[in-house]
Design a protein around this ligand. Structure first.
Ligand code: ZN
Length: 358
């Protein structure tokens, strides 16, 4: 009897070890650049029986929505009336035929699989379902996808270069430490800025957001919890944006049509979604890198070096934690000097809304 138990223990251990091995293998999956509509995107991939599999989320770069259906253990890919559900560990997809309003099962070249939380799907199969073309150039050793999905036009990186107008922007607040110091300086200098706020920070510090609005500054949506959007399922992207819109409205009685993506990272699918919500996604022309703990002097010299008419300056007002307690001291130090020096050069500070008017 004891012998049996030992054997069972050993075999369970062996299975456990082999599972661990698979995970170890996964984290070392190779990466490749795949060109989507002319733009390169890095992705992990794996080859199986001669078929290229990529994480389903990679498809967001083509404009396709990607969601997970936990009830059916599947990943669901959709664009307009096209809708495909790929159950994990199965070699088929269930395709929704909108004309007859029915699901029909079609074989795939290989199984959809889940590794370390990522669902890998056969790229060529999926692309052809959406009517995309995929080409592999053996000389360049490069895969290129042409999605046939239109590009979004809601992304704004700068204002018109015809006016000497520029915008100061602050991301990741509101917080009780840096935001009031920044607001004091802006008030003293009579400057209006734009704050891209996080929903969960608004929930904690509603009074700070009210002060931002009362003092004439503009606000924008920076998601609820600052996820890297390319790594997030479409439904969660929608929730991140909508919950933040709701708490902004609840706190200050109005919504904003401005959005800034965490890390500036949006896929085509996210950008199309934001456009559909009537929002403009705002980038920047001057990255102060203030979050990395630069001194006031360093920040001022970056701004003076990179500024141009219509420019948008990126700074931060996140909440200090023990390990980064004084990380943004340079931001506060630099601010009055940025304002004075750029005014001396003839620049006017405006909100993003004003910057984007003709
Ligand atoms: Zn941010």
């Amino acid at each position: 009897m004891k012998k049996h138990i030992v054997i069972i223990v050993i075999s369970v251990l062996a299975i456990f070890l082999s599972i661990n091995n698979i995970q170890a293998e996964e984290s070392s999956l190779p990466e490749a650049e795949i060109i989507v509509d002319g733009r390169p995107h890095k992705t992990k991939y794996l080859m199986r029986n001669g078929h290229l599999l990529v994480p389903a989320l990679f498809l967001k770069h083509t404009g396709v929505s990607v969601n997970r259906n936990h009830q059916y253990q599947s990943v669901v890919l959709s664009f307009e009336e096209k809708l495909f559900a790929l159950p994990i560990n199965k070699k088929f997809s269930d395709d929704y035929i909108s004309k007859v309003k029915k699901w029909v099962r079609f074989p795939l070249v290989t199984n959809t699989i889940e590794i370390d939380g990522d669902i890998y799907v056969p790229l060529v199969d999926i692309a052809s379902k959406f009517g995309m073309s995929v080409a592999y150039s053996p000389q360049l050793r490069r895969t290129e996808i042409s999605s046939n999905i239109r590009s979004p036009h809601g992304f704004v990186r700068r204002g018109s270069p015809e006016h000497k107008r520029i915008a100061l922007t602050f991301d990741d607040g509101p917080d009780p430490h840096y935001t009031p110091q920044i607001l004091d300086i802006l008030k003293e200098k009579n400057v209006r800025a734009t704050f891209f706020v996080l929903g969960n920070q608004v929930e904690r510090y509603p009074k700070v957001l009210q002060r931002i609005v009362n003092e004439g500054h503009a606000i924008g949506n920076h998601t609820w919890s600052h996820p890297n959007l390319p790594r997030v399922m479409t439904q969660q992207v929608i929730e991140e944006i909508q919950t933040t819109q709701n708490i902004i409205e609840k706190t200050v009685g109005r919504r904003s049509d401005l959005f800034r993506a965490p890390y500036g990272a949006v896929t085509k699918a996210d950008a199309l979604l934001l456009e559909g919500m009537g929002m403009r996604t705002i980038g920047w022309t001057v990255d102060t890198l203030d979050w990395s703990g630069l001194s006031g002097n360093e920040i001022v010299s970056i701004v003076l070096r990179d500024i141009s008419p219509g420019g948008i300056i990126l700074q931060h007002n996140f909440e200090p934690h023990r390990q980064d307690a004084r990380l943004l001291d340079g931001t506060v130090e630099a601010l009055p000097r940025i304002i004075d020096e750029l005014r001396a050069e003839g620049y006017h500070f405006v909100t993003i809304q004003t910057l984007l008017t003709k």
